[in-house]
Design a protein around this ligand. Structure first.
Ligand code: FAD
Ligand code: 2HG
Ligand code: ZN
Length: 490
């Protein structure tokens, strides 16, 4: 309870007892499927399930359940619902808003043992798989057949496709392949009362009433547990090129994006933005050398994916000649082998981890109209320069860097305030200031990471009272006892 002085444990909820554990054990039928901290001390084993990727949120769950069938999930939820035991669904625990770990003693229901791939149709590209399949494994599976999983993100080695769906994760390829709301064709989910919702449809088109699966996509585990998904995978492009370049201003970044859309059009598969601070921080944290010799205020990473290597390389070269000739881009490099391609991508994907490497980080994941997108980073930096909380050398100051990067192609900024240690004063300087700033520009306070616990108090900056009211009504219909992922955004 000390972790969250402003939150109170809901006294309606029961605490897990030895009898409950005996029931779970009977359902799961295997010692590997349960971590029992109720009848014995298991604090070391529970630690990884109680703390999040940023080590910012910590729960106190005493029992972790790892079912391996939908029927087991159903029996567990029904029991928890009848006995008022709250449940925290958990995938790979890479979420960045505190949604994946308990707040108090919620039962963690972890999907990692539900990790089978059921089918892949090589003609349509439709994959049907368990929610607990690791994203990288799903992509490797379809890659063998010439397809690509339509989502890619830095946490691919540990996040699960069920978690990706539950957060409606965006990632690095959204610009090209669209969101989970479009790519997920069907899913199977279990409601708190144990009802199995079989909507594991494999049809591209299905206009038969409300599209209820959409509520689970991005629902952050608030109405049920996703157990299986069916997803449409696009053809994998044999020709992939990556370019990384330096630019002198944010105005030029916008010009470069416009030119990339005009000239690379159908082969453009990513357009990512990194400021110089984010690249310096990445280099410092990882020890890697940056691709370009001299520093630039901004960097962009462009990826193209197409079917013809020569054609694509020619297009990319013409594009780069044009943007360099017009002095839109100051300097650039194109990867000429797979390992160089990976190291260019690492300069972008590695920022998230680098930002917390020297202590901690305050992360903001925002949709902002493109013309204003970077002003927030500049204003945030000025704010910390003038309030005396930031210094890159003075260890007594909590903040040491403010970095901006993100999915430029989707108007999605990641503002990361890197700190030596977490201090309330820093949070107070940022919140609700960041959210007010974003709301004034009709942006979104959560572009792709969700609300979880981190943004629970701020939903009204992006959603009207009417919409929040409708969400609460839906929550009541699906989860009348409120056992699913309590204390979080809804
Ligand atoms: P978890 O973290 O375990 O859970 C996330 C939420 O979903 C929780 O609320 C949980 O209760 C719920 N949940 C999980 N599984 C289920 C299920 N089966 N049924 C119901 N609810 C469930 N996100 C992006 O959008 N774009 C990025 O580019 C991106 N990059 C990232 C890079 C790094 C290095 C890291 C650490 C994270 C990144 N993320 C990104 C955050 C992103 O949300 C997650 O990585 C991913 O989508 C979460 O999957 P997970 O399996 O780890 O879910
Ligand atoms: C990314 O795009 C992720 O790298 C993480 O969404 C962003 O850590 C962050 O703020
Ligand atoms: Zn992102």
């Amino acid at each position: 309870a000390d972790s969250y002085p402003n939150l109170k444990r809901d006294s309606r909820f029961k605490e897990v007892t030895a009898d409950d554990v005996a029931f779970f054990r009977e359902v799961l039928g295997s010692d590997n499927a349960i971590i029992d901290g109720v009848t014995k001390d298991a604090s070391d084993d529970l630690e990884a399930f109680n703390s999040d990727w940023m080590k910012k949120y910590r729960g106190q769950c005493k029992v972790v359940l790892k079912p391996d069938t939908t029927e087991q999930v159903s029996r567990i939820l029904k029991y928890c619902n009848e006995n008022l035991l709250p449940v925290n669904p958990q995938g790979g625990n890479t979420g960045l808003v505190g949604g994946s770990v308990p707040v108090f003693d919620e039962v963690v229901l972890n999907l990692s043992r539900m990790n089978s791939i059921h089918s892949f149709d090589e003609v349509s590209g439709i994959l049907v798989a368990d929610a607990g399949v690791i994203l990288q494994a799903a992509d490797d599976h379809v890659a063998e057949k010439g397809y690509i999983f339509p989502l890619d993100l830095g946490a691919k080695g540990s996040c699960q496709i069920g978690g990706n769906v539950a957060t409606n994760a965006g990632g690095l390829r959204l610009l090209r392949y669209g969101s989970m709301h479009g790519n997920i064709l069907g899913l199977e989910a279990v409601l708190p009362d144990g009802t199995i919702v079989d909507d594991l449809c494999t049809l591209r088109k299905n206009n038969t009433g409300y599209d209820l699966k959409q509520l689970f996509i991005g629902g952050e585990g608030s109405i049920g547990i996703i157990t299986k998904i069916s997803i449409l995978c696009p053809q994998r492009s044999p020709a992939v090129n990556v370019a990384y370049f330096g630019l002198s201003s944010y105005a030029k970044v916008q010009q470069a994006f416009r030119e990339a859309k005009i000239q690379l059009s159908e082969i453009l598969s990513a357009f990512e933005l990194m400021d110089s601070q984010s690249q310096a921080l990445y280099a410092r944290a990882s020890g890697a050398r940056l691709p370009l010799e001299s520093p630039h205020p901004f960097y962009c990473l462009i990826e193209t994916s197409g079917s013809n290597t020569d054609h694509d390389s020619e297009k990319l070269t013409t594009f780069l000649e044009h943007v360099m000739g017009e002095e839109i881009v100051a300097d650039g490099v194109v990867a000429d082998n797979e390992s160089q391609l990976q190291s260019l991508w690492a300069c972008r994907e590695g920022i998230s981890e680098a930002s917390q490497h020297f202590g901690g980080v305050y992360k903001y994941d925002l949709s902002i109209p493109l013309p204003d997108l970077y002003s927030l980073v500049e204003e945030c930096r000025e704010r910390f320069q003038s309030n005396g909380l930031m210094s890159d050398t003075d260890e007594s100051k909590p903040v040491f860097d403010v970095v901006g990067y993100g999915h430029m192609g989707d108007s999605n900024l990641h503002l990361n305030v890197a700190v030596r240690r977490y201090e309330k004063e820093v949070e107070k300087a940022l919140e609700p200031w960041v959210y007010e700033w974003v709301a004034q520009r009709k942006g979104s306070i959560s572009a792709e990471h969700g609300l979880g616990l981190a943004k629970k108090e701020f939903i009204q900056y992006s959603r009207s009272e009417t919409m929040v009211g409708l969400m609460k009504q839906l929550k009541k219909v699906y989860d009348p006892n409120g056992i699913m992922n309590p204390y979080k955004y809804i």
